[in-house]
Design a binder for this molecule. Structure first.
Ligand code: SAM
Length: 215
């Protein structure tokens, strides 16, 4: 790996925000999933969560290509367990949901551990998810159409989170656990080798200052 690329990978990883995430509920159109992951990468989301209750429609892993390889994908079997797992890990979950009780998305403090739940293209957030989350948020709509495309809604909210986190200097320090940082750095820098080490069940080797493998 050339040193410039190694530096770039380290720089991007050092800005990742493990306590900011998106949970998609039955979002199934590949171009929407792809656009959400691309925005996650741009904002510095480390891991995105998805629930897909209909196995006939694409999942994140089936649309993964290009930008998607820079964002970790966690697929859950059910929205209830996805929400419970995130809440147990300390996340407050806000459903982007056009409900009576929804707050303006700019009134939330995204510097705390936050997950943004977005709903399916046609049906939106399910009643169960709307009930289980910590709050609802809305992007005010002034036009004739009632809702935005799901990937656009996710982007608007994520960039507000980025704005707040930039103001709080949260991109100026490394937020990832050092062990995870080094593991992902190896996977980004040496994807084929990383897959081989995984197949064999061996730990990854260490890298020197220039990103070369230490044998
Ligand atoms: N008919 C659906 C409904 O009533 O929720 C519309 C679904 S919308 C196309 C897909 C998802 O995008 C929603 O579930 C929500 O998460 C998000 N979304 C779209 N526009 C939004 C807005 N103005 N405020 C908050 N979330 C929005």
């Amino acid at each position: 790996m050339i040193p410039r690329r190694y530096e770039r990978l380290k720089q991007v990883l050092s800005k990742r925000q493990p306590d900011l995430t998106v949970l998609t509920e039955d979002v199934h159109k590949p171009h929407n999933l792809s656009a959400i992951i691309r925005t996650c990468d741009a904002v510095g989301v480390f891991e995105v969560h998805g629930v897909n209750s209909n196995s006939k429609v694409p999942t994140y892993s089936q649309v993964a290509q290009g930008t998607e390889k820079w964002v970790q994908i966690h697929t859950h079997n059910h929205i209830k367990t996805a929400i419970a797992n995130l809440q147990e890990s300390g996340f407050k979950i806000y459903a982007a949901h056009l409900s009576e009780e929804a707050l303006d998305y700019r009134d939330i403090d995204y510097t705390h551990p936050t997950a943004i739940l977005v709903g399916a293209e046609k049906y939106g957030v399910s009643d169960l998810a709307a009930e289980l989350v910590d709050g609802h948020i809305i992007i005010p709509m002034m036009g004739m159409v009632q809702s935005l495309n799901v990937s656009v809604a996710a982007a608007v909210i994520l960039f507000e989170a980025q704005r707040q986190r930039l103001a709080a200097q949260m991109y100026d320090r490394v937020n990832l656990d050092p062990e995870i940082f080094n593991k992902v750095l190896f996977e980004w820098g040496y994807p084929e080798l990383a897959a081989m080490y995984q197949r064999r069940g061996n730990p990854y080797p260490s890298l020197d200052e220039q990103g070369n493998i230490i044998h």
